[in-house]
Design a protein around this ligand. Structure first.
Ligand code: TUI
Length: 318
């Protein structure tokens, strides 16, 4: 299954691992890239030294392409870009804001830039600014989210830009990959599915909570702060929602949220920590190596597409 995204990034399969905060580390990134996908280091709010270390550790384990996600709400954006340039990272994705002012500097150094967008307007603006591709991310996804669903957003972004589009949000298996291609995307980005990769350093309690999740397991909180976040429902999410309901200030909410993501996803406190995950948590049923996840998804997508091309009249649920 080769698409323009494979050509653009020199990868085997059009499957990208979302640059997850705390979890997009060399262990997962090198496993995804070795498996023929595109691994992405999640720099989040991490200091530039940490990002440099992750880049070097990834390079020790794979000579395949990988990228760094720059989280635009981080206080270290400028320094992380500097590290990316110094280390010669070939691909950058961005999230949580408009990366327009940073694109020229990255492009001049030959870095391929693929921002995450949650609207057509931003996709168009970033195409004009020089983006090589865009990731259209629906509100089914985990973490920081926009307002539009993947099903509605992806085809509108596809119609709005000429660069290749990658679909994200609500994609966790081969049916999702096939559907994304039907919507005009040339690849998918997945986060939640890769949390349950063997190589992902997420705490086993968090992985188990994803395996046990059902369709309505996630909630979106933080709308009053202007930065809504989707996570698995737990005590932390309920407390956060209760604080919002009684009119807590952004400063109070930020203080309450401090350290909670690490507490949940790394330390494994699945009640008091924040467990950012997407709505496909209910679709994830096993923990396996990243390479096997990629293979399974691509093979399933190929089967689904082959079946569709011969008949629309499949057996229900089969
Ligand atoms: O960035 C993400 N997901 C994230 S970032 C993150 S770290 C965090 N921690 C606590 C609170 C908030 C964030 C956790 N998950 N996904 C990519 C994404 N980017 N989704 C939506 C956007 C986005 C939002 C606004 C992209 C651009 C944008 O632009 C606004 C503008 O200026 O037009």
């Amino acid at each position: 299954m080769r698409t323009t995204i494979c050509e653009l990034f020199n990868i085997e399969y059009p499957v990208i691992q979302g640059g997850m905060v705390w979890l997009g580390t060399w262990e997962l990134v090198s496993a995804v890239s070795e498996g023929g996908g595109l691994g992405i280091i999640g720099s989040g709010n991490a200091p530039p030294g940490w990002v440099r270390e992750q880049i070097r550790l990834t390079r020790e384990r794979t000579d395949k392409p990988f990228g760094v996600n720059i989280m635009l709400m981080s206080p270290f954006v400028e320094q992380v870009i500097q590290v990316v340039l110094e280390e010669g990272v070939p691909i950058v994705t961005t999230g949580g804001g408009n990366p327009g002012i940073h694109i020229p500097r990255l492009k001049e150094a030959g870095v391929k830039v693929m921002p995450v967008v949650s609207s057509v307007a931003l996709a168009k603006r970033l195409e004009r600014a020089g983006a090589d591709a865009v990731i259209a991310e629906g509100m089914e996804s985990g973490g920081h989210i926009g307002e539009t669903t993947t099903m509605a957003l992806v085809p509108q972004v596809v119609d709005g830009v000429n660069v290749p589009v990658v679909a994200a949000g609500g994609i966790g298996d081969g049916r999702g990959l096939a559907a994304a291609l039907c919507l005009g995307a040339h690849g998918v980005q997945m986060g939640t599915r890769f949390i349950c990769a063997e190589e992902c350093i997420a705490h086993i309690n968090f992985k188990k909570k994803i395996l046990e999740a059902r369709d309505r397991a996630t909630v979106a909180t933080g709308y009053t702060t202007g930065h809504p976040v989707r996570c698995l429902e737990n005590r932390m999410a309920r407390q956060f929602a209760a604080m919002e309901a009684r009119g807590a200030t952004v400063a109070e909410l930020e203080k309450f949220g401090e350290g909670k993501l690490q507490l949940g996803v790394i330390k494994g406190d699945i009640e008091n920590g924040s467990l950012m995950a997407g709505q496909v948590a209910g679709l994830v049923k096993d923990i396996k190596p990243a390479a096997a996840i990629i293979r399974e998804i691509v093979e399933e997508a190929e089967r689904v597409i082959a079946r569709l091309s011969t008949s629309y009249l499949g057996v229900a649920n089969g």
